[in-house]
Design a protein around this ligand. Structure first.
Ligand SMILES: *Cc1c(COP(=O)(O)O)cnc(C)c1O
Length: 231
């Protein structure tokens, strides 16, 4: 299958509409207001033309996971009023460059990254990423380290801790995974009462995430279609 160029893909609007109504339905089913849920469209590896089209369709929150891919798009689209969310694993040496366009980083998981973000000297919203697996390569801090990373973020004046982020492990029951995130966030709020947001839920599991209180969904392929191969 060839990958459609976003600017000329009529199905992009259809898929966006399907996801928007599924989000509304899931919110209603959970007794929540759809307005309290932000859908971030993850456009990684798709061209700037698709981001432009999504903006035309009313999307303002864009998610990217790799700096080399995100930076040129953000530069090309600098005139659009977009919020860029960095959702991927972040090397400390790239922290400053990412903050030249991203207003929110969802993947803070260690003290050295907190220091690097702080050293950039710009205000940024951050989520701490929780790793729900035993594999450190997945990114995120384990539950045992969560409160110590929370303390590090709270001590960094340019970082505003807004919540907790996680990816549900493949093959696990997503609802149960997201319940763990909700409970971990409750513990985090004993130190950070303002960190009320939950960044969880992707194309295949956002309904379960909404049921467990997600405030920020990170949805890629269900809206963008199949991702091009990594460049
Ligand atoms: C790619 C990605 C997403 C979106 O994934 P889909 O399954 O395409 O919806 C969400 N979160 C992170 C961290 C990602 O890297």
């Amino acid at each position: 299958m060839t990958v459609p160029d976003g600017a000329h893909d009529p199905r992009l609007a259809e898929r966006l509409e399907v996801v928007r109504s599924a989000v509304s339905d899931a919110a209603r089913a959970a007794g929540r207001a759809a307005g309290e849920i932000t859908t971030i469209v993850v456009t990684k590896f798709h061209p700037a033309s698709m981001v432009r089209e999504l903006h035309r369709l009313g999307v303002r929150d864009m998610g990217e996971s790799r700096h080399q891919d995100a930076a040129p798009k953000a530069a090309e689209l600098a005139e659009l009023a977009l919020r860029w969310h960095f959702v991927g694993q972040l090397q400390s040496k790239k922290a400053r460059a990412v903050l030249s366009y991203a207003s929110t980083v969802h993947s803070v998981d260690r003290g050295s990254l907190v220091d690097a973000l702080q050293a950039a000297g710009v205000e940024v919203e951050v989520f701490i990423q929780l790793n729900l697996t035993d594999d450190p390569a997945r990114g995120g801090v384990g539950e045992a380290g969560l409160l110590s990373v929370t303390e590090r973020v709270l001590a960094a004046p340019t970082l505003r801790l807004v919540g907790l982020m996680a990816v549900a492990p493949q093959g696990d029951d997503a609802r149960r995974a997201f319940a763990r995130v909700r409970e971990a966030a409750e513990r985090m709020r004993t130190l950070a009462p303002d960190a009320t947001r939950l960044s969880m839920g992707m194309s295949d599991d956002f309904v379960a995430a909404i049921a467990e209180g997600a405030t920020h969904l990170r949805i890629g392929s269900a809206i963008t279609g199949k991702r091009p191969a990594r460049a």
